[in-house]
Design a protein around this ligand. Structure first.
Ligand code: SF4
Ligand code: SF4
Length: 145
């Protein structure tokens, strides 16, 4: 005779009011650089003359007001069209490319709390601005208001 296994009792304990875990600044790519709105015009990978990005494919374009998760602060003039060509490592789709004349920043993000907090990123984690989320910083979770 075949004996059916006794089903185990699984106890589901509801977790009430559990705050979602915030990402670390490292995981979020949190950066705070002075004097920028985190647009292509301030990214060293921007090839202004041909409106291209050194990380994208040659068929992709990037604009002065563009931005993406691979933004990296420095003078884009080092990118000389014809000398530096798009390497095709990435694309606008995989880097979340968008365009906004105002740029990004925490102050323009739906997740930002003016008291110096963010609902997505842990202010106490290691990174720029120890203990706070600065209104002039930015990260890959930025979502325009
Ligand atoms: S598309 Fe991204 S990586 Fe390329 S220049 Fe713009 S911000 Fe920089
Ligand atoms: S407020 Fe927005 S941009 Fe700033 S750290 Fe939070 S998610 Fe990132």
């Amino acid at each position: 005779m075949k004996i059916s296994p006794v089903p185990k009792t699984v106890l589901h304990v509801p977790v009430l009011n559990a705050a979602p875990k915030k990402a670390s600044k490292t995981d979020a790519g949190y950066v705070h650089r002075i004097g920028t709105d985190y647009r292509c015009i301030d990214c060293w990978k921007f090839i202004a003359e041909t409106e291209q990005c050194a990380e994208y494919r040659v068929t992709d374009s990037a604009k002065v007001n563009g931005t993406c998760t691979e933004w990296s602060f420095n003078n884009p003039l080092v990118m000389i069209a014809g000398v530096v060509v798009p390497n095709g490592a990435l694309s606008p789709e995989v880097t979340g490319y968008t365009e906004d004349p105002k740029g990004t920043k925490c102050i323009r993000c739906v997740h930002f709390d003016p008291l110096g907090f963010c609902e997505r990123v842990d202010e106490k984690s290691i990174g720029d601005d120890p203990g706070e989320i600065n209104p002039n910083a930015c990260c890959r979770f930025q979502k325009p208001k």
